[in-house]
Design a protein around this ligand. Structure first.
Ligand code: SF4
Length: 215
């Protein structure tokens, strides 16, 4: 607290409102439109986000960076890819000549790109019909690591499979299976997935073994 103002709350609210301004809006009732970012992350998380959402503390800087780039004049327009009666909706950060560009933040220079970024980039290459893709990771001290790739059909087929699974599970109101990964520790649903409340009634060893005295 400084004077009458709680600066922490002001900063938190400001970052929150910038994040909301830039985030991609998902209509949770429109299950025939699946967004690309929903299927490159854990499907269970995407399902909860639509069915029983729980607010995340704050958007990551990745979301802010991508959101800002999409709003700039060289940001790309969203594009849809039909899969039977489902529309897969995606938005690349930037499309330049024959390449798709994604920008992400990273705490330090990376040895290899994150798997979900690779899936996202590859799918964008198919959806925008471009042959090359580049992911640029930027660190806090403005160092950049760039990875380039050409499109891969099998990887895109896996994304299509996940779109169909998420659509089916949303229709049937069935929760997807756990997809444990490093992302779980930052996930707002961690407790729902891993720390279900248990009956804390204390049992003695004899009771557990069924050896309790009978009257
Ligand atoms: S905690 Fe892990 S498995 Fe559960 S929804 Fe989140 S990312 Fe998915």
């Amino acid at each position: 607290m400084m004077g009458d103002r709680d600066f922490r709350t002001i900063i938190k609210n400001t970052i929150g409102s910038i994040g909301r301004e830039f985030e991609i809006h998902i209509d949770s009732k429109d299950i025939q439109t699946i967004h690309l970012q929903e299927v490159v992350q854990c499907l269970r998380r995407s399902y909860y986000n639509r069915i029983e959402p729980q607010e995340i503390e704050s958007s990551g800087f990745n979301d802010l960076l991508s959101g800002l780039l999409r709003k700039l004049q060289y940001g790309s327009e969203p594009k849809e890819f039909p899969i039977n009666d489902i529309n897969l909706r995606s938005q690349a950060d930037m499309v330049a000549d024959d390449s798709i560009l994604l920008f992400r933040t990273a705490p330090s220079e990376l040895e290899s790109p994150h798997a979900n970024d690779v899936l996202y980039l590859n799918a964008c290459m198919w959806i925008y019909d471009k042959s090359d893709g580049i992911i640029i990771y930027i660190t806090g001290d403005r160092k950049e690591t760039t990875f380039s790739m050409t499109r891969n059909k099998k990887m895109f087929e896996e994304v299509i499979r996940r779109v169909k699974i998420l659509n089916d599970l949303l229709k049937e109101q069935k929760t997807p299976i756990l997809e444990p990964s490093a992302d779980c520790s930052d996930c707002q649903y961690f407790e729902r997935c891993f720390m279900k409340k248990v009956n804390t009634k204390q049992l003695s060893l004899a009771e557990m073994l069924g050896l309790s005295k009978k009257n």
